[in-house]
Write a protein that binds this ligand. Structure first.
Ligand SMILES: [Zn+2]
Length: 343
C-alpha cells in the first residue's frame, strides 16, 4: 500500500564520482569490464539507500547503470549504427552528433531487465522504472532507413513494449516513458505520438506513466526556456488527448516553472506526478516551498491522485544538492499529508 501523496523522482540521480564524472551528462565511465558491472550495481545500492534515507516512497535505480536516458537504451538495439553519426537538431533546440538508423530496428535481448530484477531484490518499496518514449527516441537519431518519423516511432513502441512486459514480470510497479519531445512536436503528438505510447504499454497490468518536462537544468534547456515567454502553455496542446489515453500517470514540471497551474485541470482523472523540486538550480527547496506547490496542485488534482515528484532527472546535480532536495520533497509532502488528515 502506498501512503497518501507518495513521493518519487523523475528518474535519474547523481552518480558517485568513482563511477562517472560528476555533474556531467553523457559522462564516461571510470571503470571497465567486470569492475564496471559491479560498480554500477554498487552505485544502484547507494542511490537506493539515499532514497530510503530521504523517505522517498516509490523508489528507482537512480539510472545508475545507464549513461544517458535515451542513448543507453538505443545502444542495445540492432539496426542502429553508432559509428555512422550525423548532426541533427534535438527537440528543435540544440545540435548533437547522433547515431544513424541503417536497417530494421530490433531488440535482440533485454536491456534493463537484469538491473530491475536486482533492484527488486534490494527493496520492498514500490519500484518505478523509466524508459525513453518512442518520440523522444526518434528525435535522438538520424533515420536513413524508414524515412518516416511515425514508422520508426511505431517500431520503437513495439520494442519498448517487449522490454516493458519483462520489466513488469521482474516486479516493476510503475513503468514510465520519458517524452520531453511531447512538449515540442504537438501535431505529431496528437497525430501519432500518443498512439505510439499506447502501443508501448499494450497489455501491461502494472501502472504506466509518461514524463513530459522542460528538460535537465543544462544550458541548452535554460536558454530555450528564456524564449518561451511568461506563460508556458505547451501542456495545453497535448493534455486533452493524453487525458483520454490509457496512460495512468502524467509526470510534469511545476515548481519554479512558468506552467500555469490550472493546466493540470486538463488531465483531471489521471494520477499526476507533480514536479515540486526544481532541477535547474542548486538552491535546495524548503519543505514549506514544496508544500506550497503541492497545495496549489491540489486545487486541480484529487489528493488520492497526487504524487509529489521532481521536475526532471537530477543526474547533472551535485550529490549533496540532490539528496537535500529529496529530503525536502519528503518533508514537504509530509506537511501536506498532515494538513489533509486534519481537514
Ligand atoms: Zn525530464
Amino acid at each position: 500500500m502506498k501512503p497518501l501523496l507518495p513521493t518519487s523522482t523523475a528518474g535519474s540521480l547523481p552518480k558517485p564520482s568513482w563511477l562517472a564524472q560528476p555533474e556531467t551528462l553523457w559522462s564516461p565511465w571510470k571503470l571497465e569490464g567486470d569492475e564496471l558491472t559491479d560498480g554500477k550495481h554498487d552505485a544502484l545500492r547507494v542511490s537506493l539507500h539515499e532514497q530510503h534515507q530521504a523517505g522517498v516512497d516509490i523508489v528507482s535505480d537512480g539510472e545508475q547503470t545507464r549513461q544517458h536516458f535515451v542513448t543507453t537504451f538505443i545502444e542495445h538495439l540492432s539496426g542502429v549504427d553508432f559509428e555512422n553519426r550525423k548532426t541533427v537538431k534535438i527537440r528543435d533546440r540544440y545540435d548533437a552528433s547522433v547515431p544513424t538508423v541503417v536497417g530494421p530496428v530490433s531488440r535482440q535481448k533485454p536491456v534493463f531487465v537484469a538491473d530491475a530484477k536486482f533492484l527488486r531484490t534490494q527493496t520492498d518499496k514500490p519500484i518505478k522504472w523509466a524508459l525513453p518514449g518512442p518520440m523522444t527516441m526518434i528525435d535522438t537519431l538520424y533515420d536513413d532507413h524508414y524515412k518516416s518519423r511515425e514508422k520508426l516511432a511505431w517500431e520503437f513502441a513495439k520494442i519498448l513494449n517487449q522490454e516493458a512486459k519483462e520489466l513488469e514480470a521482474a516486479g516493476v510497479d510503475i513503468i514510465q516513458f520519458d517524452e520531453p519531445a511531447f512538449n515540442v512536436f504537438f501535431d505529431d503528438v496528437n497525430d501519432w505520438g500518443i498512439k505510439c505510447l499506447e502501443r508501448a504499454i499494450e497489455g501491461l497490468k502494472c501502472e504506466t506513466a509518461v514524463h513530459i518536462c522542460y528538460g535537465y537544468g543544462i544550458k541548452a534547456n535554460t536558454d530555450w526556456k528564456k524564449t518561451l515567454g511568461t506563460e508556458w502553455r505547451q501542456y495545453e496542446e497535448v493534455f486533452p488527448k493524453l487525458q483520454k489515453s490509457n496512460i495512468d500517470i502524467i509526470s510534469l514540471e511545476c515548481h519554479n516553472s512558468r506552467v500555469p497551474i490550472e493546466l493540470l485541470e486538463l488531465v483531471r482523472g489521471k494520477k499526476v506526478m507533480v514536479g515540486a523540486i526544481d532541477v535547474a538550480t542548486d538552491a535546495i527547496e524548503t519543505p514549506e516551498e514544496v508544500a506550497n506547490t503541492l497545495r496549489k496542485a491540489l486545487e486541480f488534482v484529487d489528493a488520492d491522485k497526487l504524487y509529489p515528484c521532481t521536475n526532471c532527472g537530477m543526474a547533472p546535480l551535485a550529490r549533496d544538492v540532490a539528496s537535500g532536495k529529496l529530503k525536502a520533497l519528503s518533508e514537504g509532502a509530509e506537511i501536506v499529508r498532515n494538513e489533509l488528515a486534519n481537514r
